[in-house]
Each structure stands twice: as structure tokens, then as C-alpha cells.
Design a protein around this ligand. Structure first.
Ligand code: A2P
Length: 341
């Protein structure tokens, strides 16, 4: 990418939950935005959004909308990415894609700037932003990798905002109604079955795959391996949706190739890039979603030894899924690109 004072940026999916967070993050991190183009489906064309005190009109996405764009941040789902990413690249833009469309392709880097920034520079026009629950997991694991991570067991507690604005609205409506039974508005995934989300916990994020794991669970396995460059890492995931609006939590057990004490893990994580350790049980201080909401950090606490295994340490990892899990990470990738322009 050519070095410039300001870069022309397009946001595809600008009207969605992550798209709005992308705009907010570009502004908060003072990204040097020149021209800004806000793109969505034709349904939203003509709608207005504000950025840095100015009003912008949303346009329907089409090939010509990417002309002159340097960086295109995509968050409109895998289908839209498949259609528009090649168009944007043809027009000379670098695409930072938040969908799952290209994440596991060999020629597409999958990047968390605190973990594998070097990968971002090897792109061929598209850089993939990992799945939200994977990002916070690898931020917490990376500082521990040189002790030899053998096995990661992770159970997630995922916020509904990961399913988009409609899911946030549905949970708020269900919660306000106070009903514990009756017809639910909540879409579990793109399947017929619907459950009530308010006052409930659902062990399904995204659709099931043939092996009995959900797509979200398989993302935790495959994306962690790719980002950490540990192709044989054992990951045992359970992904669970909880009635929280913003912020994913994860109970993580890490088994190392050698004995590792909880105190060593606490020390390593303290001050590690992107990590905030909050771990003071005597004062009931530990991470939780409301603590992480609105921030770009990954919070780690409840760091403790596995009771029966001196090779294993447990911890609780929390981040804002729309920010570090999506928009913040995408903007950090864009920053890497311009730092090396
Ligand atoms: P729109 O608002 O016009 O439907 P969320 O994940 O919060 O539901 O947001 C999804 C975002 O992706 C929205 O901005 C949505 O636009 C946009 N989007 C969805 N499908 C397409 C598409 N085929 N082309 C362009 N934008 C799309």
C-alpha cells in the first residue's frame, strides 16, 4: 500500500452492530481517514450515520463503490464478503474481512495484532479478522506459548451481539416482556428451532457441523491453530450463548508440556500486549462482561492451578466481542498496514 497522510476507507455493513463499532473505533483510535464510504444492502441506502461530527449517507454496495478506496473494512456476513471482496481488491483496496469467508484459506492471513502481526504483511489483498471468541483466547494464550501448550479446554459464555443487531433487539424485547415461556423472538442460528434467550443459556452458537460440534466451536479449534502457528494444538471447545448483550467470557484450562504454576502465568500475562490482569479474589475482583464493555482489552482473572495437575492452569478470559472481538481488531490490522506502507 502506498504511504499517504490520509487513507480512503470503506465500511461494508456500516449499519450493522459491528459496522457501527468499526466507525466508533476508527474515530476513537484517530485513524487517518480521508474519504469515508459507508456501504450496506440496498435496504439501507439513503440512511444517514455520523462519523467524527459529520453526517454520511449510506450507499448500496456495488463494485464502483470501491473505486479509490485504500482500506475496506467488511462486516456484512460471509455471503457479502464472497461477492464484494474480489471487487474491492480489483479496485485496488486491501480488504480486512470480519466474516468467516476466507479465514482458513492458505493465502489469506488471519491476524490478531498482539499475536501474529508479521502475517498481516503477507496478504494478497485480503486479511481475515478472526472469530470473536478466538481473538480473546489467543491474546491470552500467546504469552504462554513458549512453555509448550499441549491442550486447551474452553467453554464460552457468548453475548448475543455476536449475532447482530436483530439478536440484541430480540433479547431486549424478551427481557422487557418478563415472560419465561411462550413464543420467542430469538433466532438460535439459521435453523427452524427457536428458544427463549432471556433467563436462559443455550449450548449452541451457530449451526451444528457433522462431527457434533458447532461451527463456532470448530472456529475456536481451527483459527487458534492457524493464528498461534500450532497446527496440532488440541482444543476442546464448548460454545454457549448467554443472555448478555456485549462481552464474551471464556473459562479456559491450559495444559502445558511441563509443570507451570498459576503464579508464573499471572506474571507472564501481567503487562502482556492487549491483556489486563484482574485477579484479586480476596476483594472479589475478576473479569466480567460489563468490565470489558467498551474497551479493546482482553481481561484475564481467576488464574489458578488445576487441582489435580501441576501441568495445568485455569483462567477466566473476557473481552468486548464487538470491539476486540471484531471492530477494534480490524482497525488494529488497518493500522499495521499503514505503519508498514
Ligand atoms: P442492512 O442494514 O442494509 O441489512 P448485523 O450483523 O448487525 O445484522 O449487520 C449486518 C450488516 O451487513 C448490515 O449493515 C447489513 O446491511 C449488511 N449486509 C447484509 N447483507 C448484505 C449484502 N448482501 N450486501 C451489503 N450489505 C449487507
Amino acid at each position: 500500500m502506498e504511504r499517504k497522510e490520509r487513507y480512503n476507507v470503506a465500511v461494508l455493513g456500516a449499519t450493522g452492530a459491528v459496522g457501527r463499532a468499526m466507525l466508533e473505533t476508527l474515530e476513537r483510535r484517530h485513524f487517518p481517514v480521508g474519504e469515508l464510504r459507508l456501504l450496506a444492502s440496498p435496504r439501507s441506502a439513503g440512511q444517514t450515520l455520523t462519523f467524527a461530527g459529520r453526517t454520511y449517507t449510506v450507499q448500496a454496495a456495488e463494485e464502483s463503490a470501491f473505486a479509490g478506496i485504500d482500506i475496506a473494512l467488511f462486516s456484512a456476513g460471509a455471503g457479502a464478503s464472497q461477492v464484494y471482496a474480489p471487487m474491492a481488491v480489483r479496485q485496488g483496496a486491501v480488504v480486512v474481512d470480519n466474516s468467516s469467508a476466507f479465514r482458513l484459506q492458505d493465502d489469506v492471513p488471519l491476524v490478531v495484532p498482539e499475536v501474529n502481526p508479521h502475517a498481516a504483511l503477507q496478504h494478497h489483498g485480503i486479511i481475515a479478522n478472526p472469530n470473536c471468541s478466538t481473538i480473546q483466547l489467543v491474546v491470552a494464550l500467546k504469552p504462554l506459548v513458549d512453555w509448550g501448550i499441549e491442550h486447551v479446554t474452553v467453554a464460552t459464555y457468548q453475548a448475543v451481539s455476536g449475532m447482530g443487531q436483530k439478536a440484541i433487539d430480540a433479547l431486549q424485547a424478551e427481557t422487557a416482556s418478563g415472560d419465561r415461556e411462550g413464543t420467542t423472538l430469538f433466532p438460535v442460528a439459521s435453523q427452524e428451532q427457536r428458544y427463549r434467550m432471556a433467563f436462559n443459556v443455550l449450548p449452541q452458537c451457530d449451526v451444528f457441523t457433522e462431527n457434533g460440534y458447532t461451527k463456532e466451536e470448530m472456529k475456536l479449534v481451527n483459527e487458534s491453530r492457524k493464528i498461534l502457528e500450532l497446527p496440532h494444538l488440541r482444543v476442546s471447545p464448548t460454545a454457549v450463548r448467554v443472555p448478555v448483550v456485549y462481552g464474551h467470557s471464556e473459562a479456559v484450562a491450559v495444559r502445558f508440556a511441563q509443570p507451570v504454576r498459576a503464579e508464573q502465568v499471572r506474571q507472564r500475562l501481567t503487562g502482556a500486549p492487549g491483556v489486563v490482569v484482574v485477579d484479586d479474589p480476596a476483594h472479589a475482583l475478576y473479569p466480567h462482561p460489563l468490565m470489558a464493555e467498551g474497551t479493546g482489552d482482553t481481561y484475564v482473572g481467576r488464574i489458578r492451578q488445576d487441582l489435580g495437575d501441576d501441568h495445568s492452569v485455569l483462567m477466566f478470559v473476557v473481552a468486548d466481542n464487538l470491539l476486540k472481538g471484531a471492530a477494534w481488531n480490524a482497525v488494529q490490522i488497518a493500522e499495521l498496514l499503514i505503519q508498514h506502507a
